[in-house]
Design a protein around this ligand. Structure first.
Ligand code: AVI
Length: 319
């Protein structure tokens, strides 16, 4: 039986074109860089799901625990919500806790990885037959345009996983301001935010022993090789992740193992031995610094939850 999913194709982004433009621009920049949003092709999304299960990557299981423990509080504070919108929905696992606690009439999953979005929303539609399921494949970092037939008076936006940390604090402030402006008065934002902690714990999370994070980082080069006209060879690069304390962020890089020339779409780029391609920042906040960011974006910070070790936090913000 075909499941009733409202897939909003018209919101789709021209992925191949933006990968091409942004790779050419990023490889020509000093230092070289590529946006982390390009990690998430089908393989990258699968690897990210595996990262979430690594013992060192405390973020996912800690957030799940916080949400499970706070489900009753969230229901009380957020009140009845007819519509739940999930940003960066991925495998849509954590949202199940909210669907069960809040029982909204409809769900809209928004993600940049189309294949993955289709399969995860199909699973949700199968498991929750009472739920109207929508899916939109879009890059919400530019603009969150809700589908026209998804009119929502009391939406709750769920932005889990500390994905806000992959934006610079200035970009994060602009994104929060944009979400604030898109939400109707009374609309809520439930957001997961990773916290500052000892370097060893942070660095282990991005250098897991099974090397899944390394494979995830290197897959970005594989994707460039698959989707663009390029001779890039991932085996000539090494994963490097460390905590930059002054900037309060984990940085991920791909370091050239040797001096080499790489061709992309007919253009040649030189990498020195040891030269790095910066692929991701993952900013870490304190409870206080994140509340200040949300407050600056115009939100009313109604509640914060954390775990006993204060590894991770979940915030309920209201417009
Ligand atoms: C999606 N995002 C919040 C992850 C993070 O922790 O910054 C992506 C990731 N990068 C390496 N491991 C996980």
């Amino acid at each position: 039986m075909a499941l009733a999913i409202h897939f909003h194709d018209r919101l789709q982004q021209p992925h191949a074109a933006s990968l091409r433009e942004e790779t050419l621009r990023g490889f020509a920049a000093t230092p070289k860089q590529v946006s982390p949003k390009f990690f998430y092709d089908r393989r990258g999304s699968e690897l990210f799901e595996q990262i979430c299960q690594q013992p060192e990557y405390y973020l996912t299981r800690t957030e799940e625990r916080i949400l499970a423990d706070a489900a009753g509080d969230i229901r009380e504070i957020a009140g009845p919500r007819s519509d739940l919108i999930e940003l960066g929905s991925g495998a849509s696992r954590k949202v199940r806790l909210l669907l069960e606690a809040l029982h909204p009439a409809s769900y809209l999953g928004i993600d940049i990885s189309e294949d993955f979005l289709r399969s995860s929303t199909q699973r949700l539609a199968a498991d929750y037959p009472w739920l109207e399921v929508h899916a939109a494949c879009t890059d919400f970092s530019h603009e969150l345009a809700l589908p026209e037939d998804f009119a929502s008076e009391h939406p709750l936006v769920f932005f889990p996983g500390s994905s806000i940390g992959n934006f610079t604090p200035e970009e994060a402030a602009a994104l929060l301001r944009h979400l604030h402006d898109v939400l109707p008065v009374g609309g809520g934002l439930l957001i997961g935010v990773d916290l500052v902690k000892p370097r060893a714990v942070l660095e282990a999370a991005y250098n897991d022993r099974a090397q899944v994070t390394a494979a995830f980082n290197l897959n970005l080069l594989q994707r460039i090789g698959n989707e663009l006209d390029s001779d890039i060879d991932p085996s000539r690069f090494a994963h490097h992740a460390f905590f930059n304390e002054a900037e309060s962020r984990i940085e991920m890089h791909l370091v050239s193992r040797q001096a080499q020339d790489v061709t992309v779409e007919g253009r040649c780029f030189h990498f020195d031995a040891g030269e790095s391609l910066h692929t991701e920042n993952s900013y870490k906040y304190t409870l206080h610094s994140f509340a200040a960011l949300a407050d600056g974006a115009g939100f009313d910070c109604r509640a914060q939850w954390t775990d006993p070790r204060e590894l991770f936090s979940v915030h309920y913000l209201q417009r």
